[in-house]
Ligand binder design. Sequence first.
Ligand code: MN
Length: 353
Amino acid sequence: MPTQATFEGLEKLRELMSRKSSGGRWLVLTHDNPDPDAISAAAALSRLLRVVFKRRVTTAYGGIIGRAENREMVRVLGIRLSHVRHLNWKHYRHFALVDTQPTTGNNQLPDELPPTIVFDHHPIRKATRSVPFVDVRTEYGATATIVAEYLEASGLQPSRRTATALVYAIRSETQDFGREFSSADREMFDRLYPQCDTRALARIQLPRLPLSYFRTLHEALENVQSVSTLVVSHLGAVDQPDIVPEIADLLLRIEGKTWSLCTGVHGDRIYLSIRTTNPRADAGRLMRRLLGRRGKGGGHGMMAGGWIDIPDGDRQRARGLQESLGSRLAKALKKNPQRLTRVEIGPPPADGE
Ligand SMILES: [Mn+2]
């Protein structure tokens, strides 16, 4: 059953939709470089607005859908998404943000276009408080779960594809319930799973990978550094920013490590991802401290992401900056940054050595 907050939220949404001012086209927007949580929550909200409230809706994203799994998800499930560069903002009267909020710096909604709806599970921002309809639940593992509860409360059956997208979102965002989640995520997963296309799910989870993926992986392994339980890897230019959190997740699986940092360069920015196995940590706060005023970012307890602009867009300066971010994280975790040194992951020593 959806929670009481959802039934109340749906009532509030109904009231908002009955107002004359809610007419006109809607744009549902994800954060940049959207992950399965953002993509599926956006698709589900668009469906709710279309079917229950009879609105004309476009679903859109900024950045790149980079991860092979996410591209496969969009393709296999036929999710219709537009890139913001093909949109004319003037065509839309209302905007909904999912898995992101105003002023976070990770979505393309122009400052002069305030959203009407925000669904998210990241810490609430000051700017979000003035949005007419807000449902932010930081205790939830996935924004997808929140929106799925609305679909359910409205009596709308999720299509097989929507159910599959939502299941994959909850699964990937919580790493199969190994990372932060609430009982609501677990219950939603259990209700949706019987309705999903398990063959499609399997295809999404093990997609074919471009050679560039292995090239970046190789580079990441060549550049592993470590001090006590912290592991770090800095990448040069990457073809899509999503590879950075993917590598951070992978590094965290090294035995004995409890914190990981990966950084990589894309366009004029350095992208960063922090991961930890410590459920009581606050990776989001650590990330914001690391970025200071030079960049934007945030996250949850065990995972965080962000970016900083490379000064003057001079890529020569990127590596030095990446190294200093690694040292500063070591310091923040009370580890000696001088001892953050390279870990050799080369071929095994030859016979007789
Ligand atoms: Mn999310």
